[in-house]
Design a protein around this ligand. Structure first.
Ligand code: PLP
Length: 344
């Protein structure tokens, strides 16, 4: 498969902006920097950040065991996903495929970029309907979004379905692994060299506990990464975000411990949810949240709000009638949730 053929002509022809920090990179301790019109008085953030975020990538490269030139960072996954749209989808011509119920940003970004959305609903077990997906795709289908573990359902997609889709879909397959660190499934980043049309996105917003700094990660072939690098805003990840990410990624054992704690809490929470009378179904989860079916989702949602507990009502999502999505919190928060759920 030729990735070059999938790239928008405009993007291929683009001459990227070259920033001061792109043109010269040196050891900042012994150089005099008069190239970027910065204020010279040091305050920790008076200099432009590293446009290639090399220190962050170097840590991620070690943790995830993947070369740095297979990594692109963005201002949250949202920016990363938007860059993918802009690289591959010609407005008013191309289309993408999403599999509802799933993360809402794929459709929002498609709409922003004037790209048609083809939806193929997940089956009754919230698994992709492989044949149907391949049937609705055409020459203009540039992106297929697989969110695994999926939000809001919580389950992972079967590896053999994912692999078949990567092999047979004639565009780029984007696997959104925002919740992969909570899952027993292996990340698809180990398969990047096998599949040139594969992009995997992850984030520091969930397991890594840094939703506030906005750092999204894209893993792909160096060919795809270099295309995305051409179109990303030069300083898309700010200095404070880079510093905080470096600090936290060095504490990777702490992250692992927190993920284990959350998984223990998830198990306890599910046990307790089983004893709530109006919960009719608890869906299997591979993420840090649980989807449950109740008697009347909107009523229960409002009752919980009254008692100061905010969850997500997913009842309007396809296949999620009367479903609520509950994030796993601390032991104390989960106890509160169960206590209030039993009171109402
Ligand atoms: C939370 C979430 C993200 C994270 O987005 P950020 O912009 O990185 O915070 C991405 N994908 C899915 C499916 C999510 O649920």
């Amino acid at each position: 498969m030729s990735i070059q053929k999938l790239i928008r002509p405009t993007i291929k022809a683009l001459k990227p902006y070259s920033s001061a920090r792109d043109e010269f990179q040196g050891n900042s301790d012994d150089m005099v920097f008069l190239d970027a019109n910065e204020n010279p008085f040091e305050n920790g953030v008076n200099r432009y950040p590293d446009p290639q975020q090399r220190s962050v990538k170097s840590l991620l490269s070690e943790i995830k065991n993947i070369p740095e030139n297979n990594i692109l960072l963005g201002n949250g996954s949202d920016e990363v996903l938007d860059l993918i749209f802009r690289a591959f989808c010609e407005p008013n011509q191309d289309n993408i495929i999403t599999l509802p119920p799933t993360y809402g940003m794929y459709s929002v970004l498609a709409n922003i970029n004037a790209v048609e959305i083809k939806s193929v609903q997940l089956d009754d077990n919230f698994q992709p309907k492989v044949d149907e997906i391949l049937k609705v795709s055409n020459d203009n289908s540039k992106l297929l979004f697989l969110c695994s573990p999926n939000n809001p359902t919580g389950n992972s997609f079967e590896a053999k379905s994912i692999e078949e889709l990567i092999k047979k879909f004639q565009g780029i397959v984007v696997i959104d692994e925002a919740y992969i660190d909570f899952s027993n499934e292996e990340s698809w980043i180990s398969k990047l060299s096998e599949f040139p049309n594969l992009i995997v996105t992850q984030t520091l917003s969930k397991a890594y506990g840094m939703a506030g700094i906005r750092l999204g990660i894209c893993y792909a072939s160096s060919e795809i990464i270099s295309v995305l690098n051409r179109i990303k805003p030069p300083y898309n990840v700010n200095e404070l975000t880079q510093q905080r990410a470096i600090q936290q990624l060095k504490l990777n054992d702490l992250t692992k411990k927190q993920v284990e704690d959350i998984l223990t809490e998830r198990k306890n929470l599910i046990n307790q949810l089983n004893t709530v009378s109006y919960i009719s179904k608890i869906y299997p989860t591979d993420a840090n949240f649980v989807l449950v079916e109740v008697d009347d989702a909107t009523k229960r949602y409002n009752q919980l709000i009254e008692k100061g507990i905010v969850i997500r009502n997913r009842t309007t999502q396809p296949g999620c009638k009367n479903c609520l999505r509950l994030t796993v919190g601390t032991t104390f928060e989960n106890k509160q949730l169960i206590k209030v759920m039993k009171e109402i």
